[in-house]
Design a protein around this ligand. Structure first.
Ligand code: TYD
Length: 198
């Protein structure tokens, strides 16, 4: 991943969040221990997720409109490129649907023309982006969601969005190399989140 040059200063103490924990063991003796709990209470909830603007979105001239939905929500763009997806990469991407009768149909639809592949970053970004996308079937998706506002179809449903943290990691690796994802500072974070939310 593209990162800024290493800082000369040490990271702030709060990052390592050391906590004193009182424990009482079986014989009733109080034990005082100094424990790093940063991984337990999840101080950094920033996530990255994959979004693909499908060929229907490109064909309908909706690229700017859909990108702006994610931007206006407050998500940060960490990577974006145009790519023409091959049957091979689509077979991998839609492997969970390989037994379905529409497997080849969705792969064909996804390779009608190039797509836009993006990585969006934010607190709980995977869940937030799925909520913004809406239900798979555009006809059932809630108005206000991307699919609810722009789609009349199950297949031609504007965007793909990763559905879990595990999937997001796998899918980002599938579509982006490390140097295509960018780690940079947004100056508006305190206008988007409270200071203890990110
Ligand atoms: P899926 O992973 O189930 O949904 P989502 O995109 O909401 O995560 O399905 C992947 C894509 O396959 C979906 O976006 C559109 C297409 N699809 C169909 O064409 N018909 C169907 O019945 C289903 C379930 C999906």
């Amino acid at each position: 991943m593209n990162s800024p040059p290493p800082l000369l200063l040490p990271p702030p103490i709060s990052k390592s969040l050391l906590n004193i924990i009182l424990q009482i063991n079986l014989s009733g003796i109080i034990i005082l221990s100094l424990t790093d709990t940063s991984n337990l209470i999840n101080i950094n909830r920033m996530e990255k997720t994959l979004v693909i603007l499908k060929p229907c979105t490109i064909q309908r001239g909706l690229i700017g409109e859909i990108i702006s939905r994610f931007e206006r929500k407050g998500l940060k763009l960490a990577g974006m490129k145009m790519a023409w997806l091959t049957d091979e990469i689509l077979s991998e991407h839609y492997a969970h649907l390989k037994e379905k009768p529409f497997f080849q149909r969705i792969k064909d639809a996804m390779s009608v023309c190039p797509v836009i592949v993006c990585c969006w970053e934010g607190v709980d970004a995977i869940h937030v982006v799925r909520q913004l996308a809406g239900a798979t079937n555009g006809r059932n998706a809630q108005p206000g969601t991307i699919r609810g506002d722009y789609s009349m179809s199950v297949q031609e449903n504007i965007v793909h969005a990763s559905d879990s943290p595990e999937t997001a990691i796998t899918e980002l690796k599938r579509f982006f190399s490390d140097d295509e994802l960018f780690d940079y500072k947004m100056n508006n974070l305190l206008a988007i989140y409270a200071n203890d939310e990110f």
